[in-house]
Design a protein around this ligand. Structure first.
Ligand code: ADP
Length: 545
Protein backbone atom coordinates (compact mmCIF):
# COMPACT_ATOMS: atom_id res chain seq x y z
CA UNK A 1 0.00 0.00 0.00
CA UNK A 2 2.80 2.32 0.96
CA UNK A 3 4.54 1.67 -2.32
CA UNK A 4 1.52 3.19 -4.06
CA UNK A 5 1.41 6.39 -2.06
CA UNK A 6 3.85 8.63 -3.83
CA UNK A 7 4.93 11.80 -2.07
CA UNK A 8 4.42 15.09 -3.94
CA UNK A 9 8.21 15.36 -4.31
CA UNK A 10 8.23 11.99 -6.09
CA UNK A 11 5.70 13.32 -8.55
CA UNK A 12 7.62 16.44 -9.37
CA UNK A 13 8.75 16.97 -12.99
CA UNK A 14 12.37 16.43 -11.94
CA UNK A 15 11.61 12.73 -11.25
CA UNK A 16 10.27 12.30 -14.75
CA UNK A 17 6.76 11.58 -13.47
CA UNK A 18 3.87 12.55 -15.75
CA UNK A 19 2.65 14.91 -13.06
CA UNK A 20 3.89 18.43 -13.64
CA UNK A 21 3.86 20.41 -10.43
CA UNK A 22 0.91 20.86 -8.08
CA UNK A 23 -1.64 21.07 -10.91
CA UNK A 24 -0.59 17.70 -12.37
CA UNK A 25 -0.57 16.20 -8.91
CA UNK A 26 -4.08 17.43 -8.16
CA UNK A 27 -5.22 15.90 -11.46
CA UNK A 28 -3.60 12.56 -10.54
CA UNK A 29 -5.15 12.57 -7.06
CA UNK A 30 -8.58 13.38 -8.50
CA UNK A 31 -8.20 10.36 -10.82
CA UNK A 32 -7.28 8.14 -7.92
CA UNK A 33 -10.16 9.43 -5.86
CA UNK A 34 -12.56 8.62 -8.71
CA UNK A 35 -11.20 5.08 -8.91
CA UNK A 36 -11.66 4.65 -5.15
CA UNK A 37 -15.20 6.03 -5.44
CA UNK A 38 -15.89 3.54 -8.24
CA UNK A 39 -14.65 0.69 -6.08
CA UNK A 40 -16.84 1.76 -3.12
CA UNK A 41 -19.79 2.11 -5.50
CA UNK A 42 -19.10 -1.43 -6.78
CA UNK A 43 -19.14 -2.68 -3.18
CA UNK A 44 -22.47 -0.94 -2.64
CA UNK A 45 -23.83 -2.54 -5.80
CA UNK A 46 -22.60 -5.95 -4.66
CA UNK A 47 -24.26 -5.38 -1.28
CA UNK A 48 -27.54 -4.35 -2.87
CA UNK A 49 -27.51 -7.03 -5.56
CA UNK A 50 -26.22 -10.02 -3.59
CA UNK A 51 -26.08 -9.57 0.16
CA UNK A 52 -29.33 -7.68 0.73
CA UNK A 53 -31.49 -10.18 -1.26
CA UNK A 54 -29.86 -12.96 0.73
CA UNK A 55 -30.75 -11.17 3.93
CA UNK A 56 -34.32 -10.80 2.71
CA UNK A 57 -34.40 -14.45 1.94
CA UNK A 58 -32.99 -15.18 5.37
CA UNK A 59 -36.05 -13.46 6.78
CA UNK A 60 -38.12 -16.05 5.00
CA UNK A 61 -36.60 -18.79 7.16
CA UNK A 62 -38.29 -17.35 10.20
CA UNK A 63 -41.88 -17.94 9.03
CA UNK A 64 -40.88 -21.43 7.81
CA UNK A 65 -39.36 -22.25 11.20
CA UNK A 66 -42.43 -20.80 12.95
CA UNK A 67 -44.84 -22.72 10.75
CA UNK A 68 -42.82 -25.90 11.18
CA UNK A 69 -42.83 -25.38 14.96
CA UNK A 70 -46.56 -24.69 14.91
CA UNK A 71 -47.13 -27.98 12.98
CA UNK A 72 -45.93 -29.81 16.04
CA UNK A 73 -48.41 -27.96 18.19
CA UNK A 74 -51.22 -28.66 15.67
CA UNK A 75 -50.38 -32.35 15.49
CA UNK A 76 -50.67 -32.50 19.24
CA UNK A 77 -53.96 -30.58 19.07
CA UNK A 78 -55.26 -33.12 16.48
CA UNK A 79 -54.26 -35.98 18.75
CA UNK A 80 -55.89 -34.33 21.75
CA UNK A 81 -59.20 -33.60 19.96
CA UNK A 82 -59.24 -37.07 18.35
CA UNK A 83 -58.79 -38.59 21.77
CA UNK A 84 -61.61 -36.42 23.18
CA UNK A 85 -64.00 -37.41 20.38
CA UNK A 86 -63.13 -41.06 20.89
CA UNK A 87 -64.24 -40.91 24.57
CA UNK A 88 -67.90 -40.29 23.48
CA UNK A 89 -68.67 -37.11 25.32
CA UNK A 90 -71.99 -35.29 25.05
CA UNK A 91 -73.39 -34.17 21.67
CA UNK A 92 -72.62 -30.47 22.27
CA UNK A 93 -69.07 -31.12 23.31
CA UNK A 94 -68.59 -33.63 20.51
CA UNK A 95 -69.63 -31.17 17.81
CA UNK A 96 -67.30 -28.60 19.28
CA UNK A 97 -64.46 -31.12 19.41
CA UNK A 98 -65.13 -32.27 15.91
CA UNK A 99 -65.01 -28.74 14.63
CA UNK A 100 -61.75 -28.05 16.43
CA UNK A 101 -60.31 -31.29 15.09
CA UNK A 102 -61.24 -30.59 11.49
CA UNK A 103 -60.00 -27.02 11.81
CA UNK A 104 -56.70 -28.21 13.25
CA UNK A 105 -56.39 -30.85 10.50
CA UNK A 106 -57.14 -28.26 7.86
CA UNK A 107 -54.63 -25.75 9.22
CA UNK A 108 -52.07 -28.46 9.70
CA UNK A 109 -52.49 -29.77 6.14
CA UNK A 110 -52.48 -26.25 4.65
CA UNK A 111 -49.30 -25.35 6.55
CA UNK A 112 -47.65 -28.57 5.42
CA UNK A 113 -48.50 -27.80 1.77
CA UNK A 114 -47.30 -24.26 2.31
CA UNK A 115 -43.97 -25.52 3.66
CA UNK A 116 -43.55 -27.81 0.65
CA UNK A 117 -44.69 -25.50 -2.17
CA UNK A 118 -44.81 -22.02 -0.61
CA UNK A 119 -47.78 -19.94 0.55
CA UNK A 120 -48.40 -16.26 0.16
CA UNK A 121 -50.98 -16.24 2.95
CA UNK A 122 -48.47 -17.77 5.36
CA UNK A 123 -45.55 -15.74 4.00
CA UNK A 124 -43.73 -18.94 2.98
CA UNK A 125 -41.30 -19.54 0.15
CA UNK A 126 -40.90 -23.08 -1.22
CA UNK A 127 -38.07 -24.72 0.70
CA UNK A 128 -34.99 -24.43 -1.45
CA UNK A 129 -32.80 -26.85 0.46
CA UNK A 130 -33.22 -30.27 -1.11
CA UNK A 131 -32.45 -32.25 2.00
CA UNK A 132 -35.00 -30.30 4.05
CA UNK A 133 -37.60 -30.67 1.28
CA UNK A 134 -36.91 -34.44 1.14
CA UNK A 135 -37.25 -34.69 4.92
CA UNK A 136 -40.57 -32.81 4.69
CA UNK A 137 -41.72 -35.06 1.86
CA UNK A 138 -40.78 -38.10 3.91
CA UNK A 139 -43.42 -36.95 6.47
CA UNK A 140 -46.10 -37.00 3.81
CA UNK A 141 -47.36 -40.63 4.48
CA UNK A 142 -47.58 -39.93 8.24
CA UNK A 143 -49.43 -36.71 7.54
CA UNK A 144 -51.82 -38.58 5.24
CA UNK A 145 -52.32 -41.33 7.79
CA UNK A 146 -53.02 -38.86 10.63
CA UNK A 147 -55.27 -36.73 8.42
CA UNK A 148 -57.28 -39.79 7.25
CA UNK A 149 -57.50 -41.09 10.82
CA UNK A 150 -58.65 -37.66 12.05
CA UNK A 151 -61.37 -37.50 9.40
CA UNK A 152 -62.41 -41.07 10.27
CA UNK A 153 -62.81 -40.05 13.91
CA UNK A 154 -64.64 -36.89 12.93
CA UNK A 155 -66.92 -38.50 10.38
CA UNK A 156 -67.76 -41.80 12.13
CA UNK A 157 -71.13 -41.52 13.83
CA UNK A 158 -71.53 -43.11 17.33
CA UNK A 159 -74.49 -44.89 15.90
CA UNK A 160 -72.43 -46.80 13.39
CA UNK A 161 -72.05 -50.45 14.00
CA UNK A 162 -68.36 -50.56 13.70
CA UNK A 163 -67.91 -47.21 15.39
CA UNK A 164 -65.75 -48.29 18.23
CA UNK A 165 -63.48 -50.41 16.11
CA UNK A 166 -63.02 -47.68 13.49
CA UNK A 167 -62.44 -45.03 16.11
CA UNK A 168 -59.98 -47.17 17.94
CA UNK A 169 -58.09 -48.02 14.75
CA UNK A 170 -57.98 -44.37 13.75
CA UNK A 171 -56.95 -43.31 17.24
CA UNK A 172 -54.23 -45.90 17.25
CA UNK A 173 -52.97 -44.61 13.91
CA UNK A 174 -52.93 -41.05 15.20
CA UNK A 175 -51.21 -41.96 18.43
CA UNK A 176 -48.57 -44.06 16.71
CA UNK A 177 -47.94 -41.69 13.77
CA UNK A 178 -48.07 -38.43 15.67
CA UNK A 179 -44.84 -38.93 17.70
CA UNK A 180 -43.00 -39.94 14.56
CA UNK A 181 -44.44 -36.95 12.73
CA UNK A 182 -43.36 -34.79 15.65
CA UNK A 183 -39.90 -36.27 15.50
CA UNK A 184 -39.69 -35.79 11.71
CA UNK A 185 -40.96 -32.22 11.97
CA UNK A 186 -38.41 -31.68 14.75
CA UNK A 187 -35.76 -32.76 12.28
CA UNK A 188 -37.13 -30.45 9.57
CA UNK A 189 -37.13 -27.50 11.99
CA UNK A 190 -33.54 -28.36 12.90
CA UNK A 191 -32.55 -28.55 9.26
CA UNK A 192 -34.27 -25.23 8.61
CA UNK A 193 -32.42 -23.71 11.54
CA UNK A 194 -29.10 -25.16 10.30
CA UNK A 195 -29.74 -23.76 6.78
CA UNK A 196 -30.62 -20.40 8.26
CA UNK A 197 -27.49 -20.57 10.43
CA UNK A 198 -25.32 -21.36 7.42
CA UNK A 199 -26.89 -18.57 5.47
CA UNK A 200 -26.29 -16.22 8.37
CA UNK A 201 -22.66 -17.35 8.59
CA UNK A 202 -22.20 -16.89 4.85
CA UNK A 203 -23.77 -13.48 4.89
CA UNK A 204 -21.77 -12.50 7.94
CA UNK A 205 -18.56 -13.44 6.14
CA UNK A 206 -19.75 -11.64 3.04
CA UNK A 207 -20.54 -8.55 5.14
CA UNK A 208 -17.17 -8.80 6.85
CA UNK A 209 -15.44 -9.14 3.50
CA UNK A 210 -17.32 -6.11 2.13
CA UNK A 211 -16.53 -4.16 5.27
CA UNK A 212 -12.85 -5.17 5.04
CA UNK A 213 -12.84 -4.22 1.37
CA UNK A 214 -14.42 -0.83 2.23
CA UNK A 215 -11.89 -0.36 5.03
CA UNK A 216 -9.09 -1.34 2.66
CA UNK A 217 -10.40 1.13 0.13
CA UNK A 218 -10.56 3.83 2.81
CA UNK A 219 -6.97 3.06 3.80
CA UNK A 220 -5.99 3.09 0.12
CA UNK A 221 -7.78 6.42 -0.31
CA UNK A 222 -5.79 7.73 2.64
CA UNK A 223 -2.47 6.57 1.21
CA UNK A 224 -2.96 7.29 -2.46
CA UNK A 225 -5.20 10.34 -2.24
CA UNK A 226 -5.43 11.94 1.16
CA UNK A 227 -1.80 11.68 2.23
CA UNK A 228 -0.33 13.05 -1.02
CA UNK A 229 -3.05 15.74 -0.98
CA UNK A 230 -2.17 16.62 2.62
CA UNK A 231 1.53 16.69 1.75
CA UNK A 232 0.75 18.92 -1.19
CA UNK A 233 -1.33 21.22 0.98
CA UNK A 234 1.45 21.24 3.60
CA UNK A 235 4.02 22.06 0.93
CA UNK A 236 1.85 24.82 -0.46
CA UNK A 237 1.30 26.21 3.05
CA UNK A 238 5.07 26.08 3.69
CA UNK A 239 5.70 27.80 0.36
CA UNK A 240 3.05 30.39 1.18
CA UNK A 241 4.57 30.93 4.62
CA UNK A 242 8.04 31.19 3.01
CA UNK A 243 6.86 33.63 0.38
CA UNK A 244 4.94 35.57 3.02
CA UNK A 245 8.06 35.82 5.20
CA UNK A 246 10.06 36.78 2.09
CA UNK A 247 7.45 39.41 1.31
CA UNK A 248 7.67 40.65 4.88
CA UNK A 249 11.47 40.79 4.61
CA UNK A 250 11.18 42.60 1.27
CA UNK A 251 8.65 45.02 2.76
CA UNK A 252 10.99 45.66 5.69
CA UNK A 253 13.92 46.18 3.30
CA UNK A 254 11.79 48.50 1.18
CA UNK A 255 10.68 50.44 4.23
CA UNK A 256 14.32 50.72 5.39
CA UNK A 257 15.41 51.79 1.89
CA UNK A 258 12.57 54.32 1.69
CA UNK A 259 13.40 55.71 5.14
CA UNK A 260 17.07 55.96 4.20
CA UNK A 261 16.17 57.59 0.90
CA UNK A 262 13.87 60.04 2.64
CA UNK A 263 16.55 60.91 5.21
CA UNK A 264 19.11 61.29 2.40
CA UNK A 265 16.70 63.45 0.44
CA UNK A 266 16.06 65.56 3.55
CA UNK A 267 19.83 65.78 4.17
CA UNK A 268 20.52 66.65 0.54
CA UNK A 269 17.65 69.14 0.52
CA UNK A 270 19.02 70.93 3.57
CA UNK A 271 22.49 70.88 1.94
CA UNK A 272 20.99 72.29 -1.24
CA UNK A 273 19.09 74.94 0.72
CA UNK A 274 22.36 75.91 2.46
CA UNK A 275 24.22 75.84 -0.88
CA UNK A 276 21.44 77.88 -2.43
CA UNK A 277 21.72 80.46 0.35
CA UNK A 278 25.50 80.53 -0.08
CA UNK A 279 25.01 80.86 -3.83
CA UNK A 280 22.54 83.69 -3.36
CA UNK A 281 25.12 85.37 -1.12
CA UNK A 282 27.82 84.79 -3.71
CA UNK A 283 25.56 86.10 -6.49
CA UNK A 284 24.84 89.23 -4.44
CA UNK A 285 28.59 89.62 -3.77
CA UNK A 286 29.35 89.03 -7.42
CA UNK A 287 26.70 91.52 -8.52
CA UNK A 288 28.14 94.05 -6.08
CA UNK A 289 31.65 93.27 -7.38
CA UNK A 290 30.47 93.57 -10.98
CA UNK A 291 28.78 96.89 -10.35
CA UNK A 292 31.92 98.04 -8.50
CA UNK A 293 33.97 96.83 -11.43
CA UNK A 294 31.72 98.73 -13.82
CA UNK A 295 32.20 101.82 -11.70
CA UNK A 296 35.98 101.29 -11.63
CA UNK A 297 36.01 100.56 -15.33
CA UNK A 298 34.08 103.79 -15.96
CA UNK A 299 36.51 105.67 -13.71
CA UNK A 300 39.44 104.08 -15.49
CA UNK A 301 38.01 104.96 -18.89
CA UNK A 302 37.50 108.50 -17.68
CA UNK A 303 41.07 108.67 -16.41
CA UNK A 304 42.22 107.27 -19.73
CA UNK A 305 40.24 109.94 -21.60
CA UNK A 306 41.78 112.64 -19.47
CA UNK A 307 45.21 111.16 -20.22
CA UNK A 308 44.41 111.14 -23.94
CA UNK A 309 43.18 114.69 -23.76
CA UNK A 310 46.39 115.66 -22.02
CA UNK A 311 48.25 114.30 -25.02
CA UNK A 312 45.90 116.19 -27.35
CA UNK A 313 46.10 119.35 -25.30
CA UNK A 314 49.18 120.88 -26.99
CA UNK A 315 47.69 120.56 -30.47
CA UNK A 316 44.26 121.71 -29.25
CA UNK A 317 45.79 124.75 -27.54
CA UNK A 318 47.36 125.66 -30.85
CA UNK A 319 44.00 125.01 -32.57
CA UNK A 320 42.22 127.35 -30.16
CA UNK A 321 44.96 129.92 -30.49
CA UNK A 322 44.28 130.30 -34.19
CA UNK A 323 40.62 131.53 -33.90
CA UNK A 324 41.59 133.53 -30.80
CA UNK A 325 44.40 135.24 -32.78
CA UNK A 326 41.98 135.80 -35.65
CA UNK A 327 39.45 137.30 -33.23
CA UNK A 328 42.15 139.63 -31.88
CA UNK A 329 43.21 140.61 -35.43
CA UNK A 330 39.61 141.27 -36.54
CA UNK A 331 38.99 143.29 -33.35
CA UNK A 332 42.19 145.32 -34.09
CA UNK A 333 40.96 145.96 -37.67
CA UNK A 334 37.60 147.17 -36.38
CA UNK A 335 39.31 149.38 -33.70
CA UNK A 336 41.67 150.90 -36.33
CA UNK A 337 38.80 151.63 -38.73
CA UNK A 338 36.93 153.33 -35.89
CA UNK A 339 40.00 155.49 -35.00
CA UNK A 340 40.69 156.38 -38.63
CA UNK A 341 37.05 157.00 -39.39
CA UNK A 342 37.35 154.72 -42.38
CA UNK A 343 34.29 152.77 -41.42
CA UNK A 344 33.04 151.00 -44.42
CA UNK A 345 29.79 149.18 -43.70
CA UNK A 346 30.48 146.29 -46.07
CA UNK A 347 34.03 145.68 -44.81
CA UNK A 348 32.87 146.00 -41.22
CA UNK A 349 30.06 143.43 -41.71
CA UNK A 350 32.46 140.98 -43.37
CA UNK A 351 35.04 141.46 -40.58
CA UNK A 352 32.35 140.89 -37.91
CA UNK A 353 31.19 137.71 -39.73
CA UNK A 354 34.78 136.36 -39.79
CA UNK A 355 35.18 137.33 -36.13
CA UNK A 356 31.98 135.33 -35.27
CA UNK A 357 33.14 132.26 -37.27
CA UNK A 358 36.50 132.32 -35.42
CA UNK A 359 34.68 132.58 -32.07
CA UNK A 360 32.35 129.69 -33.03
CA UNK A 361 35.30 127.55 -34.06
CA UNK A 362 37.06 128.19 -30.73
CA UNK A 363 33.81 127.38 -28.86
CA UNK A 364 33.38 124.19 -30.89
CA UNK A 365 36.89 122.98 -29.97
CA UNK A 366 36.30 123.69 -26.29
CA UNK A 367 32.92 121.89 -26.40
CA UNK A 368 34.51 118.85 -28.02
CA UNK A 369 37.19 118.73 -25.34
CA UNK A 370 34.60 119.11 -22.56
CA UNK A 371 32.43 116.38 -24.05
CA UNK A 372 35.36 114.05 -24.35
CA UNK A 373 36.48 114.32 -20.75
CA UNK A 374 33.05 114.43 -19.12
CA UNK A 375 32.45 111.73 -16.52
CA UNK A 376 29.77 109.13 -16.96
CA UNK A 377 29.38 106.72 -19.85
CA UNK A 378 27.33 103.60 -20.09
CA UNK A 379 24.47 105.47 -21.78
CA UNK A 380 23.53 103.72 -25.00
CA UNK A 381 21.96 105.66 -27.86
CA UNK A 382 21.63 105.52 -31.61
CA UNK A 383 24.98 106.63 -33.01
CA UNK A 384 26.02 107.45 -36.55
CA UNK A 385 29.49 106.00 -36.75
CA UNK A 386 30.81 108.16 -39.65
CA UNK A 387 29.89 111.36 -37.73
CA UNK A 388 31.55 110.02 -34.61
CA UNK A 389 34.75 109.26 -36.54
CA UNK A 390 34.67 112.71 -38.07
CA UNK A 391 34.41 114.32 -34.63
CA UNK A 392 37.37 112.27 -33.39
CA UNK A 393 39.37 113.35 -36.44
CA UNK A 394 38.57 116.95 -35.52
CA UNK A 395 39.93 116.36 -32.03
CA UNK A 396 43.03 114.58 -33.25
CA UNK A 397 43.77 116.72 -36.28
CA UNK A 398 45.98 119.28 -34.46
CA UNK A 399 48.10 116.47 -32.96
CA UNK A 400 48.42 114.69 -36.32
CA UNK A 401 49.33 117.90 -38.10
CA UNK A 402 51.80 118.88 -35.42
CA UNK A 403 53.45 115.47 -35.80
CA UNK A 404 53.54 116.07 -39.56
CA UNK A 405 51.57 112.91 -40.26
CA UNK A 406 49.91 112.50 -43.64
CA UNK A 407 46.50 111.18 -42.82
CA UNK A 408 43.37 110.27 -44.69
CA UNK A 409 39.80 109.46 -43.80
CA UNK A 410 37.80 107.08 -45.97
CA UNK A 411 34.25 106.81 -44.73
CA UNK A 412 31.56 104.44 -46.06
CA UNK A 413 29.01 106.28 -48.20
CA UNK A 414 25.85 107.03 -46.27
CA UNK A 415 25.16 106.54 -42.56
CA UNK A 416 26.25 103.70 -40.33
CA UNK A 417 23.79 103.35 -37.47
CA UNK A 418 24.83 101.47 -34.37
CA UNK A 419 23.46 101.33 -30.84
CA UNK A 420 26.33 102.32 -28.58
CA UNK A 421 27.69 104.60 -25.91
CA UNK A 422 29.13 107.41 -28.13
CA UNK A 423 31.58 108.56 -25.45
CA UNK A 424 33.11 105.09 -25.08
CA UNK A 425 33.32 104.42 -28.85
CA UNK A 426 34.86 107.89 -29.34
CA UNK A 427 37.43 107.02 -26.70
CA UNK A 428 38.33 103.80 -28.59
CA UNK A 429 38.77 105.63 -31.91
CA UNK A 430 40.88 108.38 -30.23
CA UNK A 431 43.06 105.68 -28.67
CA UNK A 432 43.60 103.94 -32.04
CA UNK A 433 44.41 107.21 -33.85
CA UNK A 434 46.79 108.34 -31.08
CA UNK A 435 48.58 104.95 -31.05
CA UNK A 436 48.94 105.15 -34.87
CA UNK A 437 50.26 108.73 -34.67
CA UNK A 438 52.75 107.71 -31.96
CA UNK A 439 53.78 104.62 -33.96
CA UNK A 440 54.67 106.63 -37.09
CA UNK A 441 56.42 109.37 -35.13
CA UNK A 442 59.74 107.48 -35.41
CA UNK A 443 59.49 107.25 -39.21
CA UNK A 444 60.81 109.75 -41.73
CA UNK A 445 58.46 112.60 -42.35
CA UNK A 446 57.42 111.42 -45.78
CA UNK A 447 56.71 107.91 -44.44
CA UNK A 448 54.31 108.98 -41.73
CA UNK A 449 50.91 107.80 -42.92
CA UNK A 450 47.74 107.14 -40.99
CA UNK A 451 44.58 105.99 -42.79
CA UNK A 452 41.23 105.95 -41.05
CA UNK A 453 38.33 104.14 -42.69
CA UNK A 454 34.86 102.85 -41.97
CA UNK A 455 32.96 100.17 -43.80
CA UNK A 456 30.02 97.78 -43.46
CA UNK A 457 30.28 94.06 -43.87
CA UNK A 458 27.17 91.93 -43.43
CA UNK A 459 25.46 92.95 -40.19
CA UNK A 460 28.57 94.61 -38.79
CA UNK A 461 30.18 98.02 -39.00
CA UNK A 462 33.97 98.25 -38.98
CA UNK A 463 36.38 101.03 -38.11
CA UNK A 464 40.08 100.55 -38.95
CA UNK A 465 43.14 102.68 -38.31
CA UNK A 466 46.17 101.68 -40.38
CA UNK A 467 49.63 103.16 -40.08
CA UNK A 468 53.07 102.81 -41.53
CA UNK A 469 54.84 102.53 -38.17
CA UNK A 470 56.93 99.56 -36.94
CA UNK A 471 53.92 97.26 -36.47
CA UNK A 472 53.51 94.70 -33.67
CA UNK A 473 56.65 92.70 -34.41
CA UNK A 474 56.82 88.96 -34.98
CA UNK A 475 55.00 88.12 -31.69
CA UNK A 476 51.83 89.71 -33.11
CA UNK A 477 49.37 92.12 -31.55
CA UNK A 478 47.80 89.93 -28.88
CA UNK A 479 50.23 90.76 -26.05
CA UNK A 480 49.66 94.48 -26.67
CA UNK A 481 46.00 94.00 -25.56
CA UNK A 482 47.05 92.83 -22.08
CA UNK A 483 46.55 95.43 -19.31
CA UNK A 484 49.62 97.47 -18.45
CA UNK A 485 51.55 96.35 -21.55
CA UNK A 486 53.29 99.33 -23.05
CA UNK A 487 56.44 99.97 -25.06
CA UNK A 488 56.24 103.71 -24.51
CA UNK A 489 58.26 105.48 -21.78
CA UNK A 490 55.21 107.34 -20.43
CA UNK A 491 52.65 104.76 -21.57
CA UNK A 492 50.15 103.26 -19.10
CA UNK A 493 49.46 100.22 -21.25
CA UNK A 494 45.69 100.45 -20.56
CA UNK A 495 44.37 102.00 -23.82
CA UNK A 496 43.91 98.79 -25.87
CA UNK A 497 42.81 96.78 -22.83
CA UNK A 498 40.08 99.33 -21.98
CA UNK A 499 39.08 99.53 -25.66
CA UNK A 500 38.67 95.73 -25.86
CA UNK A 501 36.51 95.73 -22.70
CA UNK A 502 34.35 98.50 -24.19
CA UNK A 503 33.92 96.58 -27.45
CA UNK A 504 33.04 93.33 -25.66
CA UNK A 505 30.38 95.21 -23.68
CA UNK A 506 28.94 96.30 -27.05
CA UNK A 507 28.93 92.72 -28.44
CA UNK A 508 31.75 93.73 -30.77
CA UNK A 509 35.42 92.85 -30.98
CA UNK A 510 38.82 94.62 -31.26
CA UNK A 511 41.74 93.20 -33.14
CA UNK A 512 45.22 94.21 -34.33
CA UNK A 513 47.64 92.81 -36.90
CA UNK A 514 50.69 93.71 -38.89
CA UNK A 515 50.09 95.43 -42.19
CA UNK A 516 51.22 93.68 -45.38
CA UNK A 517 53.60 96.49 -46.53
CA UNK A 518 54.81 97.24 -42.99
CA UNK A 519 53.05 98.96 -40.17
CA UNK A 520 49.96 97.97 -38.21
CA UNK A 521 46.22 97.84 -38.62
CA UNK A 522 44.09 98.09 -35.51
CA UNK A 523 40.31 97.97 -35.89
CA UNK A 524 37.04 97.07 -34.30
CA UNK A 525 33.67 95.73 -35.27
CA UNK A 526 30.21 96.63 -33.94
CA UNK A 527 26.83 95.07 -34.76
CA UNK A 528 24.57 97.31 -36.85
CA UNK A 529 21.41 98.53 -35.15
CA UNK A 530 18.84 96.07 -36.50
CA UNK A 531 15.81 98.20 -35.65
CA UNK A 532 17.05 101.13 -37.84
CA UNK A 533 17.06 101.33 -41.57
CA UNK A 534 20.65 101.51 -42.80
CA UNK A 535 21.50 103.89 -45.65
CA UNK A 536 25.02 102.85 -46.30
CA UNK A 537 27.00 101.57 -49.21
CA UNK A 538 28.93 98.38 -48.73
CA UNK A 539 30.94 98.96 -51.87
CA UNK A 540 34.16 100.43 -50.45
CA UNK A 541 36.85 97.79 -50.05
CA UNK A 542 36.56 96.53 -46.57
CA UNK A 543 39.73 94.90 -45.40
CA UNK A 544 38.37 94.07 -42.00
CA UNK A 545 39.64 90.82 -40.53
P1 ADP B 1 49.99 102.82 -24.34
O1 ADP B 1 49.65 103.58 -25.53
O2 ADP B 1 49.85 103.58 -23.06
O3 ADP B 1 51.31 102.10 -24.41
P2 ADP B 1 48.05 101.02 -25.32
O4 ADP B 1 47.26 99.95 -24.62
O5 ADP B 1 47.27 101.95 -26.07
O6 ADP B 1 48.85 101.67 -24.18
O7 ADP B 1 49.10 100.32 -26.24
C1 ADP B 1 49.83 99.24 -25.76
C2 ADP B 1 51.02 98.98 -26.64
O8 ADP B 1 50.62 98.46 -27.88
C3 ADP B 1 51.81 100.16 -27.03
O9 ADP B 1 52.77 100.52 -26.01
C4 ADP B 1 52.50 99.67 -28.28
O10 ADP B 1 53.65 98.95 -27.97
C5 ADP B 1 51.48 98.79 -28.90
N1 ADP B 1 50.77 99.45 -30.00
C6 ADP B 1 49.55 99.98 -29.95
N2 ADP B 1 49.18 100.49 -31.16
C7 ADP B 1 50.22 100.27 -32.00
C8 ADP B 1 50.44 100.54 -33.36
N3 ADP B 1 49.57 101.17 -34.16
N4 ADP B 1 51.64 100.15 -33.89
C9 ADP B 1 52.56 99.50 -33.13
N5 ADP B 1 52.38 99.22 -31.85
C10 ADP B 1 51.22 99.60 -31.24
Amino acid sequence: MRAHSPEPEELSPSTGSPATGPVGLVRLLSGRYLWALLAVASLAVVDEAIIQPQLVRLNLYAPAINVAGRQRMLSQKIAKNALALATRSGDGARADRREQLLKAVYEWNTAHRGLLSGSVALGLEPIADERTAAALLALEPRLEAIRTAAHTIADTSPDDTDHDAAIQAALDTILSEEPQYLEGMERVVGMLEVSAGRQVDFLRWCGMAAMLAALGLLVAVYFVVLRPALNLIRQQITKLADSESRHREMAELLTEARDELESRVAERTSELVAANRALEGEIAERQAAESRMRELSGELAHASRITALGQLATGLAHEINQPLASITNYADVLELSAENGTFDAETTASTIARLKRAALRAGQIVRSMRNFVRAGGGQRSVVELNALVREVCDLCRPQLEQAQVQWSVDLAVGEIIVEADPLEIQQVVVNLVQNAAQAVAACDREDRHVDIRTCVEGHNATVEVADTGPGFGTAGAEESFAPFFSTKPEGLGMGLSISRTILERHDGRLWGRNRAGGGAVVGFQLPLATEHEQHVSTSNDCICR
